[in-house]
Design a binder for this molecule. Sequence first.
Ligand code: F6P
Length: 507
Amino acid sequence: MSTPREAVWNKLSLHQDPTLVQLFADDPQRVETFSARFEMEEGGVLFDWSKTHMTEQLLAEFEELAQVSQFDEMRRRLFAGEVVNPTEGRAAEHSALRGVGKETSVEEAEALLARMQTLVEAIHEGALGEVKHLIHVGIGGSALGPALAVDALSRDLSLVDVHVVSNIDGVALEAAFAACDPATTLLAVASKTFTTIETMTNAASALKWLADNGVADPAGRVIALTAAPEKAVEWGVDETRVLPFAESVGGRYSMWSSIGFPVAIAIGWQDFEAMLEGAADMDRHFRDAPMRENLPLRAAFGDLYYARVRGAETRAVFCYDERLGLLPDYLQQLEMESNGKSVTVDGAPVDGPTAPITWGGVGTDAQHAVFQLLHQGTHLVPINFIASIAPGDALDPAHHRILLMNCFAQGAALMAGKTTDDPARSYAGNRPSTTILCDDLDAATLGALIAFHEHRTFANAVMMDINPFDQFGVELGKEIANKIEKGGASFDPSTENLLKLAGLSAG
Ligand code: F6P
């Protein structure tokens, strides 16, 4: 006897799909049926799934999968602030920071954000003297979101020059030092736990750099962004400059909290708030929209179809927008750290492949580097194109026109292919892509885009029956690094040899 989940997966695995070209030929309404617009207060975003193999029948079967996976109940628990991360006994309350969630959590988040707003505005008004630069040290979720949003939103006007430094490799921090004047630099130390070795080492070196370069009160230039405020105070940050956030906000979901401090410093509070509001629009949509219209859920259907039914091992994201150059990095952590698991919520082996490998880049650059494989290689790679109708630049409109034309041309070419007498010059076609087309990439739209991906990741997890909110896979390497640091432990011959060559063991 198969379980209800197995029964749906079995049904899905029997699909023999027509080609994409055939799907369009069979249905003149395909673009309308398989695209949807997300309306925002100003502008909106078009999601076009028509160049994927999704059909009405597949949609219906995935809806059945969502039902047997208790999608409604899991989504209710997420927004109710109930435990959705059972291995750590935690809720996942990032949406509360956007005003959507359990009432008491929303109130708590509002109070913490109000505290952050006060400090951000005071800094802009000169309370800490002249501030031209901010060095933000943090890693993983404490760096990727802020780096993305600062890069995307502060190109036209940056109130403060922000440098996000994550790597323990001192080369990264030295590059920030070279670009900053210590007399007008603040240091933000971002770490949920306030124990991460890379961040704490970078923070100590940055503090020393301030002291060595004549800053009278270096500790007075530090702002801590953390869910462990007592540790920040212990480390030496004055309580008035510690901006806490709730334990129930996961690291890779934390850019909406005080971890977003550098974003607010760079773009101003009003735009930071607009980013939260855009994300809140997507939260309400994900929470309330029925399955057929639910954008993150529909995206997850496509993800699961390609990863589990068609065996795609990767998915690629190409942003035809220079400002979103860091989005693939951000999505890698969001999707791979969340859904790169091998066991179900109950600890049993999963019943199929989990997160595909997320990768990508910017267009048109990627066309001249990796698109050869996408057009003629042997891998199946479902692609997401992301672009904005409004340009991000003020140059000759030819730039943006050529950018968008190329984006759309790639999707068309991947689907249509081309047959010639010469196999080397032929393209098989039938390669799927989705296009996400924003009216304009403003702060609210970026917020909505990121929240869309958060919820898409959650929806994928629910239908794979896994917990997207823990990340024990990152611990073992840290443990071994600690053992090496302490000394006295022995390892495999290869590791021993490498340690010896680098002068890191007595051996
Ligand atoms: O190593 C993984 C991780 O725990 C991520 O999940 C997290 O975003 C990152 O490290 C940084 O952690 P913290 O914010 O506690 O310094």
